[in-house]
Design a protein around this ligand. Structure first.
Ligand SMILES: C[S@@+](CC[C@H](N)C(=O)[O-])C[C@H]1O[C@@H](n2cnc3c(N)ncnc32)[C@H](O)[C@@H]1O
Length: 257
């Protein structure tokens, strides 16, 4: 609706060129968004990792301190693996499965780069339905999600599926941007950016208004949830610096089955 009004206003003001450009960009995104987004993410992921590095190292200690029995490997499932931004953090011998709805991401991985990882071909699928992607009950040691719970359609369905595939005592590791505190200016900005689906359209379904801290905690299946909120530090590069303002508040945690 907002988009249609914008085009209408441009036409009324006789800004034909701007209207045509805006419409063209919109159509390009609609047609090629699933290819453009992996390229965009590939270009900012290292900048994100630079600022998120200490938090990721702390979170993934949970995996790296695991001691698989002789000849065994840790079974990791990454949901929404994207360009493989987390692979370098897995230091233990592991079998790594990745589920992602967008098959264009797989070309960004170099599976041979990580000698300790046995990376399986990407399974196209959704966190809400891991059964459809072939994952059995109690078959995984660790499920990882970073910057994905902001985009899924149904967080609770994801938690149900994660809980189903984890073995008893298995861990769910997550690191996500979340909605800012009630009453804060940033929360208002986030809500404005979400109006008419603007942010979702620009960033492949990403939502700025998810309270993942509360939803993980509210899910009944976990035996333990340890989580903390933090603010993403300022990145150095100007473009990402601007975008990162909207995703500053984060949560990371470990939920145990
Ligand atoms: C912002 S990217 C994050 C990628 C990566 N985890 C990272 O930290 O760089 C979001 C990823 O979630 C995937 N995704 C979106 N909806 C999903 C869903 N319902 N189930 C699984 N993955 C999903 C997208 O295709 C994309 O790869």
């Amino acid at each position: 609706m907002l988009f249609k009004c914008l085009i209408l206003v441009m036409l009324l003001l006789d800004w034909k060129f701007s209207a045509i450009m805006t419409l063209s960009i919109h159509l390009i995104f609609l047609q090629f968004g699933k290819k453009i987004f992996p390229a965009f993410l590939g270009s900012v992921v290292e900048q994100y990792n630079e600022v998120a590095d200490p938090f990721k190292k702390k979170l993934f200690k949970e995996i790296n301190s695991m001691k698989p029995e002789a000849g065994q490997k840790v079974r990791i499932l990454e949901i929404g693996g994207g360009t493989g931004a987390n692979f370098k953090y897995y230091e233990v011998p592991a079998v790594l499965d990745v589920v992602d709805p967008n098959p264009n991401f797989a070309s960004y991985w170099n599976a041979n780069k990580y000698k300790n990882l046995d990376i399986k071909p990407m399974k196209q699928g959704y966190g809400e339905d891991l059964a459809a992607a072939g994952f059995q009950d109690d078959s995984i040691d660790v499920v990882v999600m970073t910057l994905v719970l902001c985009s899924v359609n149904d967080q609770n369905k994801c938690y149900e599926e994660i809980h189903r595939v984890l073995r008893p005592g298995g861990k769910f590791l997550y690191l996500e941007h979340i909605i800012a505190d009630e009453g804060s200016m940033l929360r208002t900005v986030q809500q404005l950016l979400m109006k008419e689906g603007f942010w979702q359209f620009m960033f492949d379904g990403c939502c700025l208004d998810r309270d993942t801290f509360a939803t993980v905690k509210a899910f009944q299946g976990w035996s333990k949830v340890e989580q903390e909120k933090f603010y993403l530090p300022e990145p150095a590069k100007p473009f990402f610096k601007v975008i990162s303002q909207a995703i500053k508040p984060h949560v990371m945690g470990v939920a145990t089955k």
